[in-house]
Design a protein around this ligand. Structure first.
Ligand code: HEC
Ligand code: HEC
Length: 242
């Protein structure tokens, strides 16, 4: 889970490897097989060392959404993905990876990951006929209308009030809402989590895709449930959106 952990393990391995065979610290022998962490330039290695712990092996999802989701990649552009990797998502488990933000990846490595996600996992044109909602919300939603949209599109699985039911977990409780960003909620409503059987915005009710406004509204309703629980540890990003 912790991206630092792999790097530390790597550094420790290196230390054991070189101790006793090279007196000058930090000066590996020419021809050494060991690559400095900042020199790794292979997408699969960078992804598995830094991302797979949360986003799953080969992007198939884990605690966090699967990035090998062509619907996600059709709505999120490279600038968004690059920024999230570089700066992280404040108030959530998504760490900042850029050296400039205290992380351990070079800008070049972040570029390799960003373009690797796109070239390996996207399916260009997959939403061409689908009139997809925008990645970011175009308007602030209406929580009251969102409650109605929730009943139409979500309650069948997540139960009354979002408290959870057989087919879907609780999504209005403190422990969930405290750790997810507003955009994180919107992303899941649009893209679903196919790896877990969560439908995308088109498939909650068969033949009735959600409108962009309904998506904004249902997210506003979820956010209003969070705001309503006093004493929750407020994140900077989420507080700024209120
Ligand atoms: C410690 C767990 C963790 C690690 C490691 C991690 N992520 Fe994340 N990531 C998350 C969580 C949780 C979110 C959802 C944050 C939110 O609520 O918006 C997220 C969100 C994202 C998003 C934004 C999704 C959206 O809504 O548009 C991208 C892109 C992303 N991660 C890419 C990566 C990449 C690439 C790596 C590796 C370099 C990585 N993450 C490593 C936990 C992690
Ligand atoms: C067909 C059943 C179904 C419908 C309809 C559905 N979901 Fe889900 N949803 C799931 C499943 C399954 C998951 C993944 C496992 C879980 O968290 O229960 C999920 C996950 C989620 C998550 C992430 C929960 C987590 O712990 O990471 C959110 C948020 C969410 N759904 C919101 C919604 C909203 C809002 C709607 C309506 C617009 C909706 N869902 C409609 C089945 C459904």
């Amino acid at each position: 889970m912790n991206p630092l952990r792999n790097v530390c393990a790597f550094a420790m391995l290196g230390a054991i490897f070189f101790s006793g065979c090279d007196a000058a610290p930090g000066k590996p022998k020419a021809g050494s097989e060991t690559i400095a962490p900042s020199e790794i330039s292979d997408f699969a290695t960078l992804y598995s060392q830094n991302c797979a712990g949360c986003h799953g092996t080969e992007g198939h999802g884990g605690a966090a959404i699967g990035l090998a989701n062509p619907v996600y990649l059709a709505i999120a552009d490279d600038a968004t993905i690059r920024k999230d990797i570089s700066k992280g998502v404040p108030g959530t488990a998504m760490p900042a990876f850029a050296e400039s933000a205290g992380g351990l990846l070079t800008d070049k490595q972040i570029e390799i990951i960003t373009s690797g996600i796109r070239s390996n996992w996207s399916k260009p044109g997959i939403l061409d006929a689908a009139n997809p909602p925008s990645y970011a919300s175009k308007s602030s939603g209406n929580a009251q209308q969102g409650e109605a949209a929730y009943k139409t599109y979500c309650e069948s699985c997540h139960g009354p009030g979002g408290r959870g039911a057989q087919k879907g977990s609780a999504i209005t409780d403190d422990s969930f809402l405290a750790l997810v960003s507003d955009q994180g909620l919107r992303t899941i409503v649009i893209t679903g989590r196919p790896e877990l059987g969560a439908p995308d915005w088109r498939a909650n009710v068969s033949g009735k895709p959600m409108s962009d406004q309904e998506i904004s509204d249902v997210v506003a309703w979820l956010i209003s449930r969070r705001a309503r629980n006093p004493g929750r540890p407020y994140s900077v990003s989420n507080a700024a959106n209120h």
